[in-house]
Design a protein around this ligand. Structure first.
Ligand code: GLC
Length: 475
């Protein structure tokens, strides 16, 4: 089967969050299973782009109303990723260091989608499936079906995978003329709540909708930033598929980014060495349990709860726990977290920013990972943590609900229900007791390390959906 994944992010080319990890891994495993898989992302000015070799395989011009943007399609030539990676180079729009956050993001991602389809239409073969990811690629299912110039792709099946339904890519009908021409009889597909809503368009027009966990699919039927009714309508073509993790990259027995490798047989000594290194770097106490947080500091992730929860937990467990935070986001939260350093020197620290290498060391060297998310479509950190023998402490939501079971129910982690300071501290206190009960603690770690979250199984579920929509052959 010939499959295209189109996305705003793909690790290692461009990463902001988990979307990149998924789009960097799922295609690799689909390729291994014998499919021809190609990933298309915009050509940002990233380290990966600067350090790798590319050849130009196509060029053209995107027309966006009165604007004209020349574009090239660059193919990565080292072929070490396990799938074919293509970059859409539109210098004026993407030759910038950041992935999102520009005033012209609508124009940027519209051009990206149009250039991608212009190129796919011009290729010799027509793919079987285009798998779109999130709102940045949400117009593709519509354009494939209805834009005159993509007539050749009319029968290509499309899937939209939702990694985060909060962001939807709205824009006004004043920009309707940016889209390639189509029969206006179909204009209704573009509209949701008086605007063009890219995610809603994808959900309406794709042959199948997937979310990155089954629980998240249930939740967005009740709460989806205004799209609840739409999700209810498309229930029949929707499926929640839990993400996997790339077990070749995330393997504590081989990971080059940590100081001591270990397996489920040797995690005791192995994790301790990593913890010592981490504690040395951040002036923490390696003889005390270490709780860490890795992620974006936003309300969605419960980031706003962290300063107060950390302060309370550190004062209730004075000098007997450590907390380490790695993340960036809301400047207010960042400032509060930095401020806390003064009060709990030796037991608390924070690194504002993101650093892939440090993240690996934190998974390896921590005892517990905190994920107090309000919304978590899947969550990958808990899966990385489990694999590295770090016990996740999570709020039961979305993918966290599907992957972490409380140790009180013979599970692999610690769970609470409310996104509140009280619930987080309650869980931390339970964790402190668990940490002291070494044999029980080790049993839970072992259970976590042995869980299989590899992509092999998951990637089959995607293929089943592709097969299903190809067989159905609905227009
Ligand atoms: C988004 C979601 C996260 C999910 C990831 C990959 O970042 O917030 O929960 O794991 O996408 O699908």
């Amino acid at each position: 089967m010939e499959i295209f994944h189109v996305s705003a992010e793909c690790y290692p080319m461009a990463k902001v969050g988990g979307l990149a990890d998924v789009v960097g891994a799922l295609p690799k495993y689909q390729s291994k299973a014998g499919h021809q898989v190609r990933v298309v992302v915009p050509c940002y000015d990233t380290k990966f782009k600067r350090e790798n070799e590319f050849e130009c395989v196509h060029w053209g011009n995107v027309k966006l109303g009165n604007f004209d943007f020349p574009f090239s399609v660059l193919k990565e030539t080292t072929d070490q990723l396990g799938y074919e990676l293509y970059l859409i180079e539109i210098k004026e729009l993407f030759d910038r260091p950041n992935i999102y956050g520009y005033e012209d993001d609508i124009e940027r991602f519209l051009s990206f989608q149009i250039a991608t389809l212009d190129w796919i239409t011009a290729r010799e073969t027509v793919p079987d499936v285009i798998n779109c990811h999130d709102h940045h690629t949400g117009l593709i299912p519509f354009l494939v079906k209805y834009a005159y110039k993509y007539e050749r792709l009319k029968n290509v099946k499309t899937v939209i995978t939702i990694h985060n339904g909060l962001y939807q890519g709205w824009f006004g009908f004043d920009k309707l003329h940016y889209l390639p021409e189509f029969d206006l009889i179909h204009v209704g597909f573009l509209e949701w709540n008086t605007a063009i809503n890219s995610l809603a368009v994808g959900i309406k027009c794709a042959n199948a909708v997937t979310t990155v966990s089954p629980s998240y699919l249930d939740e967005i039927n009740r709460s989806a930033n205004g799209l609840e009714a739409l999700f209810n309508q498309v229930r029949d073509k929707s499926k929640g598929i839990l993400n996997g993790i790339d077990i070749e990259i995330w393997d504590p027995s081989k990971d080059q980014m940590i100081v001591e490798n270990y397996s489920v047989e040797t995690f005791g000594a192995g994790k301790q060495k990593n913890k010592e290194k981490l504690c040395e770097e951040f002036e923490l106490d390696p003889s005390k349990p270490l709780f860490s947080f890795i992620g974006r500091l936003f309300e969605e992730k419960g980031g706003d709860l962290l300063p107060q929860a950390s302060a309370l937990a550190l004062s209730e467990n004075f000098e007997s726990i450590n907390i380490l935070i790695l993340g960036s986001g809301n400047p207010d939260i960042e400032a509060q977290l930095v401020q806390l350093r003064n009060d709990y020197k030796g037991y608390y620290n924070v690194f504002i920013g993101y650093n892939e290498e440090l993240a690996h060391l934190i998974y390896a060297g921590s005892d517990f990972i905190l994920m107090p998310s309000r919304v978590e479509p899947c969550g990958l950190n808990q899966l990385y943590a489990l694999r590295y023998g770090t016990v996740p402490i999570v709020r039961r939501t979305g993918g966290l609900r599907d992957t972490v079971i409380d140790f009180g129910d013979d599970g692999n982690g610690i769970c609470h229900d409310q996104a509140s300071v009280g619930d987080i501290c309650y869980s931390i206190n339970r964790a402190v007791k668990l940490y002291a009960d070494k044999s029980n603690f080790n049993k839970i770690i072992e259970r976590g390390m042995q869980t299989d979250h590899s992509w092999e199984r998951v990637c089959e579920e995607y293929i089943e959906i592709y097969n299903l929509i190809i067989q159905k052959n609905e227009v």
